[in-house]
Design a protein around this ligand. Structure first.
Ligand code: 28G
Length: 731
């Protein structure tokens, strides 16, 4: 007994120390404590359900963001065991939820293949949660246990019966004293849950957002697995081949390795390769990717040469063969080794041979059975090769003339400092704005490159045409990293490349063209965080000889309303005078309604109709309905707005606020003089710049295909669906 007791105490101390260790150094366990880490908590919990599905016992996973900001995951698996753990003297469920790495161990038969990037297990989520409640249906009973910050607060008890139902339900609220992010993002979770459903065919993942007014709901279920993933990625691209699928398994060094590949060629000029190991997105690639590429290159070479499509003079590269390719490679490896800077590069060396083995034989058979498709793919490959060689020749002639590209374009107004970490390049739309920017800038660290006219749409042009384009050549030379095969990020001449365009439709178009160019042709600039969007002010406001700059419409309205509410009375529907805070909130709501109405009407809809027609969909309609339902909180109805009474109130308050005030709306950057432009937009002390982030390759590829591709109807729909936040599209 004595020995058992001391054992028990030792185990307990271990648990306490484990949970404290996680709370002391959370980043060591989940990467970071901002947005990424916050969402990572969800992935860890969902991964447990996915494991249960991979073991063959779970078909449904339910994820809900709750009204209080907590999150629930529920599955219909076997339920976490609740019987006493043989050595730890407490229920197995308590062990799973409080002992680090419990259940994550490799045991040969039923290894844990899923697992977030860090694979730390649900006990870490428990340690980092203000509270966690777990319900298990198993053996005919519903069992319940609660924790706070990793420690039991309500011991396991039976709270009801459940017949022959089984499953696990986990609800948790992350500890906000640990995280800097305090809310789950629908989009972020949606993208990951969709990806998991693609990667684990047959599993149904249902996702709902019950927080706030925006009720979203989606169900992800793909019988076709990664084939459907490829189809999803190629939405709006023109296919050149069917979707091709290979899979197989071979004995690896640490157990059975399963590999699955699905791909399709389209007429696009870009390549999208998404690779996964144990459901983890291997951003940096690794041995599964090299295995696939090797098999593709050698099979195309062999088939093409044998069938005389490829001639001896053709010098095809692997990259040529991947133009227009979309591929998913998904492997399951018992003991994965992750390497690379972000630990997202698969290192297990035997996986290369396993994947290339599976792809080689079957791809050759596919080509032999589909000679038309093989021919179309190889001919595209040859075109890519010729374009690349034409581009290389063009570059060489340029280089011979001017000593290794050292000659900088004449339009560039360079800065004097040569330390790239301290310098900035402004890409400015138009000559007049370029002129102001040149005069106002800090010459030592800020360089200006004025862009004339539209930038080439690289989504629709091959590399040779791109290099024939003067604007693109100028950009490449100014940035200094070279291009394609010669790309070298360490040669960047500036670590900040700032896109500065007008706040109008043309400006937005030029900005998108530039972003498309950077994303498709110089993705490392974006990955490194070198690309920024300048945020010039929209208005100049002058009051009592004091000048202020206002960034957005919302900010302007806010200022006018604050000033306007001075000695002004606002009454609710019953005639009671609102206090100042309530009046301010009410008027802000009216201003929002006005703005939303303006936007939907600009797009040809009747706002009044959208509010009354409950079947109308799209973000405009749902936003309007949400805003109008808030109106009832002040006793008013939509009719009061559309009838004109509330609109008049808003106008009156605004007009009152405008007294003694002059408001000027900038039509373009060119209207600002040099000092104004510097002070508001370029001065590092005062400016607001947005750093361009691209955290999700899948979402980004779809967005650029949509925005820049040929298909008109889906583009119209995309812009319409995102009409309400085009100004800050989340790149
Ligand atoms: C809803 C949110 C997250 C889970 C299970 C099912 C079992 C289990 C989970 O066992 C302990 C250690 C190794 C077997 C396994 C049930 C075998 C038999 C399970 C989840 C016991 C963990 N019956 N479902 N854990 N193993 N769902 N969803 O967490 O020896 S976790």
């Amino acid at each position: 007994m004595a020995e058992e007791n001391s054992n028990y105490n030792a185990e307990n101390i271990q648990v306490l120390e484990g949970m404290e260790a996680v709370r002391k150094r959370p980043a060591m366990y989940i990467g970071d404590t901002d947005e990424r880490g916050y969402h990572h908590l969800v992935y860890e919990v969902v991964d447990n359900s996915i494991d249960e599905a991979l073991a063959g016992y779970c078909s449904m996973i339910d994820v809900v963001i709750n009204p209080d900001g907590s999150l629930t995951v529920q599955d219909n698996g076997r339920g976490i065991p609740v019987d006493m753990h043989p050595t730890q003297h407490k229920p197995a469920i308590e062990v799973v939820l409080t002992v680090l790495h419990a259940g994550g161990k490799f045991d040969g038969s039923n290894y844990k293949v899923s697992g977030g990037l860090h694979g730390v297990g649900v006990s870490c989520v428990n340690a980092l949660s203000d509270w966690m409640k777990v319900e298990v249906k198993r053996g005919g009973h519903i069992h319940h246990i609660e924790f706070s910050r990793g420690h039991v607060t309500k011991p396991l008890e039976v709270v009801g019966d459940c017949g022959d139902e089984t499953g696990t339900k986990v609800t948790f609220f992350p500890d906000h004293t640990i995280f800097s992010c305090h809310a789950f993002k629908w989009e972020t979770l949606c993208n990951r849950l969709r990806e998991l459903a693609f990667l684990n065919r047959g599993v149904t993942i249902h996702f709902r957002d019950d927080e706030g007014d925006a009720h979203h709901e989606e169900t992800f279920h793909y019988e076709g697995g990664i084939d459907e993933f490829v189809g999803y990625l190629n939405t709006n691209k023109q296919p050149l081949s069917p979707i091709v699928h290979f899979e197989g398994e071979r004995e690896g060094l640490t157990g059975m390795v399963q590999a699955e590949v699905s791909f399709q060629y389209t007429d696009s000029y870009s390549t999208l390769e998404q690779t996964y190991c144990n459901n983890i997105h291997t951003v940096e690639g690794g041995t599964h990717l090299t295995g696939f590429r090797r098999a593709l290159t050698s099979t195309i070479n062999k088939y093409g040469t044998d069938n005389k499509i490829i001639k001896e003079k053709d010098t095809l590269t692997g990259e040529d063969m991947r133009e227009g390719l979309t591929v998913i490679v998904s492997v399951k490896v018992p003991q994965p080794q992750f390497e690379g800077q972000t630990k997202t590069k698969l290192g297990n060396s035997e996986v290369d041979g396993i994947v290339s083995g599976i792809v080689s034989d079957r791809l050759m058979t596919f080509f032999e059975e589909n000679p038309q498709v093989a021919k179309a793919i190889i001919e595209k490959t040859l075109l890519a090769c010729r374009a690349r060689e034409a581009a290389r020749r063009a570059r060489e002639t340029v280089r011979k003339g001017v000593m290794d590209g050292l000659a900088l374009p004449g339009k560039l107004r360079d800065c004097s400092v040569r330390d790239a970490s301290k310098t900035e390049l402004y890409l400015v739309e138009g000559d007049s704005a370029g002129g102001s920017a040149c005069k106002g800038r800090d010459r030592s660290t800020q360089a200006i490159l004025p862009l004339r006219g539209k930038v080439l749409n690289v989504e629709k042009a091959r590399i040779d045409r791109m290099l024939a384009n003067a604007e693109i050549r100028t950009l490449i030379t100014a940035i200094g990293c070279g291009f394609a095969e010669e790309w070298d990020i360490s040669k960047a001449r500036y670590h900040k490349i700032v896109i500065m365009t007008d706040a109008d439709v043309d400006g937005a178009h030029i900005r998108t063209l530039l972003l498309t160019f950077f994303y498709r042709k110089m993705p490392e600039l974006i990955e490194k965080g070198y690309v920024y969007l300048a945020q010039p002010p929209l208005y100049k406001v002058e009051r009592k000889k004091k000048i202020e700059y206002v960034m957005t419409d919302g900010e302007l309205t806010e200022r006018l309303l604050t000033l306007g509410l001075d000695d002004f009375e606002v009454k609710d529907k019953d005639g009671a005078v609102m206090d100042r805070d309530r009046a301010a909130a009410f008027l802000t709501l009216l201003a929002e309604i006005e703005e939303t109405c303006r936007m939907v009407e600009e797009r040809g809809f009747s706002a009044e109709q959208l509010v009354t027609d409950m079947t109308a969909t799209g973000s405009g309609a749902s936003m309007l309905r949400k805003e109008f339902s808030s109106l009832s909180g002040y006793g008013y109805a939509p009719g009061d707005y559309f009838g004109g009474a509330l609109k008049k109130l808003l106008d009156d308050v605004r007009a009152h606020g405008k007294q003694g005030l002059s408001v000027y709306r900038f039509k373009g950057l060119g209207e600002m003089d040099a000092d104004e432009l510097y002070d508001t937009t370029m001065n590092p002390e005062k400016r607001h710049m947005l750093r361009v982030k691209l955290s999700d390759a899948v979402a980004a590829d779809r967005m650029f295909t949509l925005l820049m591709g040929d298909e008109v109807e889906p583009r119209r729909k995309f812009i319409e669906d995102n009409a309400l936040n085009v100004r800050n599209l989340d790149f």
